[in-house]
Structures are given as structure tokens and as C-alpha cells.
Design a protein around this ligand. Structure first.
Ligand code: AMP
Length: 231
């Protein structure tokens, strides 16, 4: 299966070629067609699996038929727990979207708020944000979330561990009803807490799972010897 077979088209295919991404990874094979169909998903995928491209590529494809946002509005919101992840995801958006004219921005705490507010003025197609700073900007009416078409909750388990869930809940409430938006929830693990949140936040989701990564390479010869404790 190639990226083209999955339903992606020029100019995304051109960007993938330039980046030398020749074959989709497992999570990409499973998630991309579902996302292109407009389904909401709950996906268990770790960093390193290619999950970022797994949601960024089909989002860019869908944006081809979505109008540019109005002032202070956004089409796609990607929530992520840390500023490092936020800037990595925005880098991916820019790389995969090189041959498209869609706008994107990353907003996170610990950086000056004024330039971030300025970026939002014209409206942004894809906004990548950490929860605290985004709520700040929503409170200041620098951005409105009621036109969000696609909501991505990345590393949901880490957002839970870092105590962000109350903020995330408030943000999700500012977006359209779950029946009226597409929600893509990614988490490395699915505890009962995450399952409950996923149920609240996603409408009719499809579960996407991939095989866990091998912990050792096949080049390592492994043997087990059973010994008595005295030995
Ligand atoms: P992620 O799991 O999203 O953090 O991605 C891990 C790394 O894999 C990133 O550096 C991507 O650029 C790279 N990557 C993602 N998808 C592919 C692919 N299909 N082929 C080659 N590299 C990829």
C-alpha cells in the first residue's frame, strides 16, 4: 500500500517524496483511511510509530475542501501536553504542507503571548496548542473555538498524568458538540480514566490499535536458563 492508495493526493504526495517517506507505517495504514472518511478515532500509538503524520496527512488532505478560517477562528485544533511536542507537530504540519497554502501556528506557555495573539488575528487553519496557554487566549477572546471541524487530542494519557484534564475539558466544551466535529484521540496507554474521557469526547469512535514495538532487535540472541536459587 502506498500513500496514494490510502487516498492522499498531490501536493501531499510531493511533500512525502521530498522527505523520502516512501512507505506508510502501520498506524498510518490504519488511521489515514478512517480519518479521510471523517470518522472519529481512539488510537493507541506511541511516539516513534509515525502517529504525527498519521493524523497530520489526512487533516491536510481534508483541509483542501475546507474554507479558510475567519478572523480569530481555527479549522483544526491539535492539543498536546508539552511545548516541545507542540513545536514538533507544527514542524510536521509545515513540512507535510510545504506545497499547500494552509496556515498554522503553535501556541504554548513560557513564550511571549503577544506574537501568539497576533498570529491568531487573521485566523489559522491548524492550531497546535498546549492547554494552559490556549485557555488564556480563549479567555482573552484572542481565539474562538466554535468553528473547529477537527479536534486532535494527542498523548491524552500524558495530559492526564500532568494534571491538564480540567483545562482540556473546558477547551473541549468551547468546541462544537462531539456529533458536529471529528475527534482524533491518541494515547500510548488506555487506562479506565482515559477510556471514560474518550467516551465523553468522541462520537461513535473507531478503535485503532497497532502491535506494540519489539523491545529487542532480532539480531539479539536470547536464551533463558532456569536455575536453582543456590546456583
Ligand atoms: P512520530 O511517531 O510521529 O513522532 O514520528 C517519528 C519519526 O518518523 C518522525 O521523525 C517522522 O518524520 C518519521 N516518519 C513518520 N512517518 C514516516 C514514514 N512513513 N516513513 C519514514 N519516516 C516516517
Amino acid at each position: 500500500m502506498s500513500f496514494k492508495d490510502l487516498g492522499l493526493s498531490d501536493p501531499i504526495l510531493r511533500a512525502l517524496k521530498k522527505l523520502d517517506h516512501t512507505k506508510p507505517s502501520e498506524i498510518q495504514l490504519k488511521a489515514i483511511p478512517l480519518i479521510l472518511e471523517g470518522k472519529s478515532i481512539m488510537a493507541s500509538a506511541q511516539t516513534g510509530s509515525g502517529k504525527t503524520a498519521g493524523f497530520v496527512l489526512p487533516i491536510l488532505e481534508q483541509l483542501k475542501s475546507i474554507h479558510a478560517p475567519k478572523s480569530k477562528n481555527i479549522n483544526v485544533l491539535i492539543l498536546t501536553p508539552t511545548r516541545e511536542l507542540a513545536s514538533q507537530i507544527q514542524d510536521s504540519v509545515m513540512r507535510y504542507g510545504t506545497f499547500m497554502s494552509k496556515s498554522s501556528a503553535a501556541i504554548f506557555g513560557g513564550a511571549k503571548i503577544f506574537p501568539q495573539k497576533n498570529k491568531l488575528k487573521a485566523g489559522v487553519d491548524i492550531l497546535v496548542a498546549t492547554p494552559g496557554r490556549l485557555l488564556d487566549l480563549v479567555g482573552q477572546k484572542a481565539v474562538f473555538l466554535d468553528q473547529v471541524k477537527i479536534l486532535v487530542l494527542d498523548e491524552a494519557d500524558r495530559m492526564l498524568d500532568m494534571g491538564f484534564i480540567p483545562q482540556v475539558k473546558r477547551i473541549v466544551r468551547s468546541t462544537p458538540r462531539k456529533e458536529d466535529r471529528q475527534t482524533l484521540l491518541f494515547s500510548a496507554t488506555f487506562s479506565q480514566d482515559i477510556m471514560n474521557l474518550a467516551q465523553q469526547w468522541t462520537f461513535d469512535p473507531i478503535t485503532v490499535e497497532i502491535e506494540p514495538e519489539r523491545v529487542a532487535t532480532e539480531n539479539v540472541d536470547q536464551r533463558v536458563y532456569l536455575l536453582e536459587s543456590r546456583d
